[in-house]
Design a protein. Structure first.
Length: 296
């Protein structure tokens, strides 16, 4: 609800063009805060926006709110930091790297430092995997994939190679890194089939590939290509069916699963004829397909 111009706060003037209470629309999420909060960190992007005298240069939505085209969910943590310069995140927060990117955009260097990944003895891969995800501990996605690739050598090396060659340089990392589990890939598709069944079907592109399984396994396999916005606070050891991939190629998903040591163990598909075109007799078929992968 946009604030009316005749609110009880101080009215804008030429020297102070902003009201005391300000409404923000950040990526579709509405926030209401005080002007001193937005200018509490000198030099930040919000400080630059809300200390200028030309208020008309700022973008607004249809209801007059100041508009910022950024992640509306993550902005709550940016705003919390602006209030007291402290960072408090929920347990098992899965979007630390994305929040760091938002902090860089809003020009908050101290917050960027707080969010920078730190490797220590307490946060080694040999610790209990329930405490944190390997993806959160690694400085980047490439390092995580390298660790995962290294762990795939362990079972074969233990079976046929010298033990010393396996343990040297690996340290605390063991077969525990490659936890067993299931990942299910599902997608909805549709295609048009003409009257003559011999003609080629007209396939439509896959709109979205869904991922079901344990959060830590999904993040290990798909990394930054996993979209977690529909279930952002899911702890690593909990299951979810709300993740989906940022790409729409099934083969790309299969390659990532194969690289992580998963094998397909089951698949199923259903199809229904939605309707037929009156003039051409072309039939529109819709289908839902699932592939189940397992790693021992």
């Amino acid at each position: 609800m946009a604030l009316a111009d005749n609110t009880g706060c101080a009215k804008p003037s030429e020297d102070f063009p902003f009201p005391e209470i300000i409404e923000l629309n950040v990526g579709g999420q509405v926030y209401i805060t005080r002007h001193p909060t937005l200018v509490s960190v000198p030099g930040s992007l919000l400080w630059e926006m809300f200390t200028q005298k030309n208020i008309r240069s700022l973008a607004r939505d249809s209801k007059g709110r100041f508009f910022v085209d950024r992640d509306g969910f993550l902005f709550r943590y940016i705003l919390d930091y602006m209030r007291d310069q402290q960072l408090v995140l929920p347990d098992h927060f899965p979007e630390r790297s994305r929040l760091q990117r938002e902090a860089e955009y809003f020009m908050l260097p101290e917050l960027v430092k707080m969010l920078s990944p730190k490797l220590s003895k307490q946060n080694s891969l040999g610790d209990d995997p329930c405490q944190s995800d390997p993806e959160e501990l690694s400085p980047n996605a490439d390092a995580t994939r390298n660790l995962t690739s290294a762990s795939t050598v362990l079972p074969s090396a233990v079976a046929g190679g010298p033990v010393g060659a396996v343990t040297t340089g690996v340290g605390a990392m063991s077969t525990d890194v490659r936890r067993a589990g299931f990942i299910t890939i599902g997608y909805r598709g549709s295609y048009t089939l003409g009257r003559d069944s011999q003609t080629d079907a007209k396939f439509r592109r896959v709109a979205r590939i869904m991922v079901c399984g344990k959060t830590s396994l999904a993040k290990e396999v798909f990394g930054d290509t996993l979209n977690e916005s529909r279930d952002p606070d899911r702890p690593p050891e909990r299951y979810t069916s709300r993740y989906y991939l940022k790409f729409t190629f099934l083969e790309q998903a299969f390659d990532k699963l194969a690289d992580a040591g998963f094998h397909m163990v089951a698949c199923n598909s259903t199809g229904t004829c939605a309707f037929a075109h009156d003039q051409t007799d072309d039939r529109i078929w819709t289908s839902y397909t699932e592939y189940v992968f397992y790693r021992e």
